[in-house]
Design a protein around this ligand. Structure first.
Ligand code: FMN
Length: 392
């Protein structure tokens, strides 16, 4: 039985109660002053939707096509490392829930289940996410395994040349592999049910010994000293192109210039993202960046957005500004913390119901019915209707 939850905010509240503070703050936190994190949410709230009235909206279609795969709603699951921190079934629950909702689950290379376990458990389409780490051979072996396991697309996250400064984690003493320390023991022991998730131990299950934490270490220190590669360039994308024949999607693009480079390097898709406000704190909100990127890309690659999507109406706003689909990071972890696989299913259902209701109230029948004229601004009433037809 999952608790009654009628919004993503409700699910976040359940997660807050169920998780130790150190874990909850690892999930909700952003970098430094959390400006980018807040900006993501505000960007959606600043926009209004301009309803059409007295149109027949008795039949609606929420599905979209992503690289030729039809998904039932344009909400996909974003890659999040160490998902088992939020709930025992971790990535398996997420992949199954996505499959039940006929949408895509993206597995992080920092996952706490293996590539093969998730592929085996899942019934729906899967994407696999990698970072451009300093150990090329580690990245290569992950990509080869994901291909063999039948993952459909490769997501390459490019906004982590170094870990963002997440001060909640520093204050709380968040370490990997996650285990109680002197600093966190009392907090953790106050959540006896959560303690069960620590068996078997939560580790980066895909990583070879060379890339695994050798002892308990602060998360950021591990990332910066063992994995990340500030020397990575667009050449790495060319290298991956030779290894991976399916779609390559670059995640973490926020400017038209970077989008142009991505297109020039032959990627198939772009996720406009500021990593949920966890990296460059002065980054623009993903939704604000989307407009410019959509104009620059002009339909040459498929565009997606993540960061701050908490309502069905957010998905509609992003679609009107050019995103084919959105990804959710924290919301799926709230669902996992609230009720495992069923909790994640509930999150996707909430968003589906909200999208459907918003379509009716908005006088629209499907995502092909949207363009920029749907969106207005609540700040000064200035409308964006001048813009070109939808670029999805
Ligand atoms: C706990 C957590 C772990 C994450 N781990 C990864 C990761 O391993 N790889 C990655 O590309 N992005 C990672 N992200 C970023 C998400 O993929 C996504 O960009 C972000 O969460 C979207 O914002 P939202 O949480 O507001 O939906 C992580 C985010 C969170 C909250």
């Amino acid at each position: 039985m999952i608790p009654a939850m009628s919004s993503i905010n409700d699910a976040r509240e359940v997660a807050r109660r169920r998780l130790p503070h150190v874990i909850y703050e690892f999930i909700i936190g952003g970098a430094e002053d959390e400006q980018a994190l807040r900006a993501n949410l505000h960007a959606f709230q600043r926009l209004t939707l301009r309803p059409r009235v007295l149109v027949d909206v008795s039949v609606r279609d929420l599905s979209v096509s992503v690289f030729g795969t039809r998904i039932a709603l344009p909400v996909m699951i974003a890659p999040t490392g160490l998902a088992r921190l939020a709930g025992r079934e971790g990535d398996i629950a997420g992949a199954r829930a996505a499959g039940r909702n006929k949408t895509i689950f993206t597995l992080s290379c920092m996952s706490s289940h293996t590539i093969e376990e998730v592929a085996h458990a899942s019934s729906g389409p899967l994407w696999f996410q990698v970072y451009l780490w300093r150990h090329r051979e580690v990245v290569e072996s992950l990509v080869v395994r994901a291909k063999a396991a039948g993952f459909q697309a490769l997501v390459v996250t490019v906004d982590v040349p170094i870990n963002g400064k997440r001060e909640r984690d520093l204050r709380n003493g968040f370490v990997v592999p996650p285990r109680p320390t002197l600093h966190t023991a009392v907090d953790i022991l106050r959540h006896p049910r959560w303690v069960l998730t620590l068996r078997p131990p939560i580790t980066f299950k895909n990583l070879a010994p060379a890339a695994s934490p050798q002892q308990t270490i602060a998360h950021a220190k591990y990332f910066n000293e063992v994995l990340s590669n500030p020397a990575a360039t667009w050449r790495e994308i060319d290298w991956l192109r030779d290894l991976w024949q399916g779609p390559i999607i670059v995640k973490g693009i926020l400017t038209p210039e970077a989008a142009e480079e991505a297109v020039a390097h032959g990627v198939d898709g772009i996720i406009v993202s500021n990593h949920g406000g966890r990296q460059l704190d002065a980054a623009p909100a993903s939704l604000d960046a989307l407009r410019d990127v959509a104009e620059a890309v002009h339909g040459r690659v498929e565009l997606f957005l993540d960061g701050g999507v908490r309502r069905g109406s957010d998905v509609i706003k992003a679609a009107a500004l050019g995103a084919k689909a959105c990804l959710i990071g924290r919301p799926w972890l709230y669902g996992l913390a609230s009720g495992g696989e069923d909790g994640v299913v509930r999150i996707l259902e909430i968003l589906r119901e909200e999208i459907d209701r918003t379509f009716i109230l908005l006088g629209r029948r499907s995502f092909t019915d949207l363009d920029r004229s749907v969106v207005g601004s609540s700040r000064n009433g200035e409308e964006l209707a001048h813009a070109t037809p939808h670029q999805r």
